[in-house]
Design a protein. Sequence first.
Length: 748
Amino acid sequence: MSATRIGASPNRVGGIDRVTGRNEYAADIRLPGVLEARLVALDCARARIISIDASEALRVPGVRLVMTAADLPQPVPRFGPQFEDRPVIAVGETKYHGEPVAIVAAETKDAAEAAAGLVHVEYEELPAVFTLAAALDSAAPLVQEPALRPNDRLASTNVLREHRIGWGDVDAALADVVVENRYTFPMVTHFAIEPHAFMAAPDGDGIAVWSTIQHPNWLQKVIAKVLGLPLSKVRVFAPDPGGGFGGKQHAKLEPLVAFAALRTGRPVRLVLSLEESFQAARRASCEVRVRTGVNRDGALVFEDIAADYLIGAYADIADRVVGKGSYPAAGPYNVPSVRILARSVLSHTVPSTAFRGFGNPQVNWAVESNLDEAARAIGMDRLAIRLRNLAKKGDAFIPFDTPADGDWRQAVERAAELIAWDTPLPPGHGRGLAVGIKSGPTTGLSYSTVRLLGDGSVIVLAGTSDMGQGARTVFAQIAAQELGAPLDWVTVVMGDTAIVPYDQQTSASRSTVLMGNSVLQACRSIQGQLAAMAARLHGLDEAQVIVDQGVVHLPDRDLSVLDVLTRGLGRLGGELTGNGEVRKEADPSHPLSGAAAFFEFNCTAVEAEVDEETGDIVIVKHVTVSDVGKALNPLQVTMQDEGAAIQGLGHTLMEHYIYDEKGRIRNLGAIDYRIPTSMDLPLELLSEAVENEDGPGPYGSKGMSEGALLCVASAVGAAVRDATGVAIRDLPLTPERVWRALRDRPMP
């Protein structure tokens, strides 16, 4: 019997190359004769473009192209994953600070940079909206032209779409106590270590595109459509991204670079600076109003939630974020009556997109914080109120969705135990505990091909992107487990649409469940072929042969896969090939077009110390416990949870965009925009996983890696409230904000 690879933590596939610098990222790739590109943007958010004069720029030695909207097919093609509202380049007017009005391509980066500064744009600055209140004002300028939204009753407003979900009767519900508050969540950037990078090159009668994209097959479709090419003429290379967090899911500047490459007949390469990456994508800010009805015994009666997300100038995938993120806003509780209204609100700001947690952290901050206030209002322990209402396994806590798929109480009780919930605390310290839930993928399609070669080694071909979540390692573990190969004999091929089969996308923590099941299915297909081969070789009926985890079981003895393979393939050699397909079809009757494949559930508990003289917060202890079904690679599970926890401290304690009166982002880059560093880490960080093998993925696994971020803010906010007696409802909890709240609190 082969040694088990599942549940172990072998070295990460490709890990050595990542830590030694040998890994080749998109920005490391330079084709012969490549032109370097730079963008031209205006020093304001919204402006009417009067004229663009490139004559001086074109005189810079080495400049080969200055391209504007006038040089593209008319009307300028638009694209977008939900609404095709985003033009390849600004047309007529800019919509946000950083939107390009021209692209320059030159022999060197310095030449391109110099020429970009010499492109003269005459423009008229126009009124713009940068805040939720301004965007919702009836007199506000429209971000999108109504003509782009035909047959849309909201086209004359800045509300792109409304999402309504609920059950029961909130208006008729009678609660002993009703707690109502308003909460805000900031705009933040993804801040992946690798900036966005793009390259395109003519490829025969088609085009090849290199990108940091998370969804290469989706990008292939976008490029094919804007260029008017068949899919077979568009090849997308997607090297493993150096971090994505959702910010690299969808096309941004790839169509523009593709047009530039076709125009020059040469490869064109554009690598954004960190500052420009801030202007490429962000998380939506949000304002949430919550009414929580609760009885004196702690039973939740209703949740009434209204959430407005400020999504930016173009839709990208943001409206899906709003709909899916707000859908489980009432939390993993049995609540008899729920009403949720979530709106996507356009503004003249950087377009928002997916971000780890996909809209859930925004509403979780509000709803979990309000639940804490409800517990205080009825004099009930904050842990007890959660356990009182938490859905049990099998409960239809969202009546028209997947029932609760885990024993979530285990995670909550373990987190409370690890944080020592009931023990005394020193002065200035407080504890907070919160739970978070996220709906997994609601639709999906993942193909894979597995090749068992003549020497027993294995090649796995999968369209998933490995951006640090460890997909390569998990797929290799599955193939090694099922086919009996040493792990280092398994090669996982990704990132080339001309080689690997189709994968819909890499998002929603789906890789292990959907693509993992596809790889498992392909391996099982090979096992069937091995059984047939062994039966033929030994004169047996196929039903007498069982192939399981690298061992071929005959009625009288066991053989290795290699024993059977070598004899079965014979002198001609060859290989066995298996294909996997996992498909989760859409359900048009469902509010999200499909029920959750699984739920990500997490409980986070925090002990914080607050310095009342400065407002500074120290996270003394941070506990995160996730329900994962089965940890196929426990170390990767731990690292994903701890990474998510620390990332969540960013929007909780420090991260936020700062805009000026012209809609310019004033804290672009690493100096003025703070993210957590080693100086901000919890003094103690504990991560555990609940494993009941009750997930739909291979060996009972569930998707994970977003859960530990979902409720960080609400747990920390609760700890600050516990330490100081002051409820702060606006993020981030910067020292200044905390200090002001403490200074302004009523005197006892």
